[in-house]
Design a protein around this ligand. Structure first.
Ligand code: IDP
Ligand code: MG
Length: 134
């Protein structure tokens, strides 16, 4: 089976109408979107998804932002899909993300950084389970 990763286009990507731009970059890399759904995330789902960040100073504003409007949730497949997507996304803080990456080219805010991608195979399985149930 191909590697798989869980991608979320965050509420700022929706509000700024950058969903097409970001999906286009994923497609141009020749990764495959196998599941995709637009939904508004509730606190319970976000608590599960961001469990590792609970208690950190940015956590309340992260959950507030992530539940502030619809997001696009995707399962993306391809060779080494997690690290390929992390490279396309760029570093977490768009200020230090390299030009040519999604975050480096399109944003400037640390919390509102457009996109989530699983950081390992194990995380991908866990996150795909949360959002798609298997
Ligand atoms: P990642 O999204 O690149 O995996 P994580 O460290 O897992 O980065 O953080 C999850 C999300 O929380 C980030 O994408 C960003 O939206 C937000 N975040 C992380 N660290 C900070 C911070 O120091 N200030 C503000 N927001 C942060
Ligand atoms: Mg992370």
């Amino acid at each position: 089976m191909q590697d798989r990763t869980l991608i979320i286009l965050k509420p700022d990507a929706m509000k700024r109408k950058l969903v097409g731009e970001i999906i286009s970059r994923i497609e141009k890399k020749n990764l495959t979107i196998v599941r995709m759904d637009m939904r508004t995330l509730d606190k319970k789902t976000l608590d599960q998804h961001y469990d590792e960040h609970k208690g950190k100073p940015f956590y309340p504003s992260l959950v507030e932002f992530m539940s502030s409007g619809p997001v696009v949730v995707m399962e993306v497949q391809g060779r080494d899909a997690q690290s390929v997507m992390r490279n396309l996304m760029g570093k977490t803080d768009p200020i230090t993300a390299d030009p040519g990456t999604i975050r480096g080219d399109l944003g400037i805010d640390f919390t509102e950084n457009l996109i989530h991608g699983s950081d390992s195979k194990l995380t991908a399985d866990r996150e795909i389970g949360i959002f798609f149930g298997a």
